[in-house]
Design a protein around this ligand. Structure first.
Ligand SMILES: C[S@@+](CC[C@H](N)C(=O)[O-])C[C@H]1O[C@@H](n2cnc3c(N)ncnc32)[C@H](O)[C@@H]1O
Length: 374
């Protein structure tokens, strides 16, 4: 049986080979920090099965490129150790140097904070759930970490540790807290998974010298949603997602052979979300439980699903119109050269709860291609 040291070395090497890690200090952090210490009470695998710490093969189950769910309330995951390749991509996007001051919102298990610390950052991390903080504290103590762990609503940031060079958010949010921007040094930025069309692509947000706030796409991602004002629903936002659509009555054929891989599919999904505010996540009736991109009709069960091979299926009383619209949006994405998430930029505006507002992207555009909203 391989030891933890061997497993995490292999794990780091595999993430490098896959291209998820490009920086040596990030590879060394993954090779140094024992992930099992942060899921010491066990976890749920993606398929829901419980993996107990004393189960045979526990270490092998820990060193996988997948999310490990550590807390479930009423059938809903409320804390986890995120997917390592996504953690790596986000840590790399922070562009850390030795001593970079980082605030993390969403401490969870504490593993991501420990990785950033091992990569040279000075890390403050905040989580809103007391039991989650207690467990992360115990985990961080086992590796003698210097991470500063705090209990609080991440909307507030953590003023006592400011100013920060970076704010990294590891929970899905509807927008960026103004307090994070206030707590940044000039030139600093926020990296956050911001709700868009039923999922949470990672955006980079920063305030310019003139006070305006701007966002740029970084990568597609999925995260659980934050508690509190960070998840405010605001006018004009995409629908939150839906259960199964009714059986389709209209089909438009596949057009991508091979089908788009998961990243390109999410690139297309992002663009559809920019152009049509009805875009979200939904479960097609014939998907064996796997959801995907859809345009939702106000009629329950109605709309159109858009598949990785470019096929479109329309359901409900306006099936034909929805299928036409969806096909037209795919044409538009293809005609523009299939832009990826990092190609998009947007000015941000304050919205959400008036007493605790958030900055949300407005008028996404492809630089050089003019305003993108139809
Ligand atoms: C996906 S987990 C974070 C993963 C974590 N960074 C790790 O390495 O394990 C999301 C965490 O965000 C926390 N969270 C949710 N809403 C929050 C809020 N408003 N402020 C701070 N933390 C929040 C949850 O309690 C949960 O532990």
């Amino acid at each position: 049986m391989a030891s933890s040291v061997e497993l995490r070395r292999r794990f780091a090497d595999a993430l490098v080979r896959e291209g998820a890690i490009t920086r040596p200090e990030v590879a060394e952090a993954f090779a140094a920090v024992p992930r099992e210490a942060f899921v010491a009470g066990g976890f749920h695998g993606r398929d829901g099965t419980w993996v107990a710490p004393d189960a045979g093969g526990f270490l092998d189950a820990v060193y996988v490129n997948d999310v490990l769910v550590t807390k479930v309330v009423d059938g809903r995951a409320t804390s986890s150790s995120s997917q390592p390749s996504l953690m790596a991509a986000m840590i790399e996007a922070l562009d850390l140097s030795p001593g970079t001051q980082v605030l993390e919102v969403g401490a969870g298990t504490g593993y991501n904070a420990a990785l950033m610390s091992a990569a040279g950052a000075r890390v403050t991390t905040v989580d809103v759930q007391p039991d989650v903080v207690e467990r992360a504290e115990a985990a961080l103590a086992t590796i003698s970490s210097t991470v500063d762990l705090r209990l609080g609503d991440g909307y507030e940031g953590w003023a006592a540790g400011a100013p920060y060079d970076r704010v990294i958010v590891t929970v899905g949010v509807a927008g960026v807290s103004p307090l994070w921007l206030d707590q940044l040094v000039p030139g600093g930025f926020v990296l956050a998974p911001v709700r868009h069309a039923g999922h949470h692509p990672v955006l980079r947000a920063a305030r310019a010298g003139d006070g305006t706030v701007h966002a740029a796409g970084v990568c597609p991602a999925g995260f659980m949603s934050a508690a509190g004002p960070l998840s405010a629903v605001y006018a004009g936002a995409h629908p939150l997602g839906s259960g199964p659509l009714s059986p389709p009555t209209v089909s438009r054929p596949a057009r991508f052979d091979p089908p788009l891989d998961v990243f390109r599919y999410h690139d297309m999904w992002f663009a559809l979300g920019v152009w049509d505010s009805r875009t979200t996540y939904a479960q097609p009736p014939d998907s064996a439980g796997n959801g995907g991109c859809a345009l939702l009709d106000e009629t329950p069960g109605g709309g159109a699903t858009i598949w990785p091979d470019g096929a479109v299926r329309g359901s409900g009383p306006h099936a034909v119109a929805f299928a036409e619209t969806a096909s037209g949006l795919i044409d538009r994405w293809v005609a523009l050269g299939r832009p990826a998430v990092p190609a998009w930029q947007a000015p941000m505006a304050l919205d959400g709860d008036l007493s605790q507002p958030i900055w949300v992207p407005r008028d996404w555009r492809l630089p050089g291609a003019g305003p993108a909203v139809a």
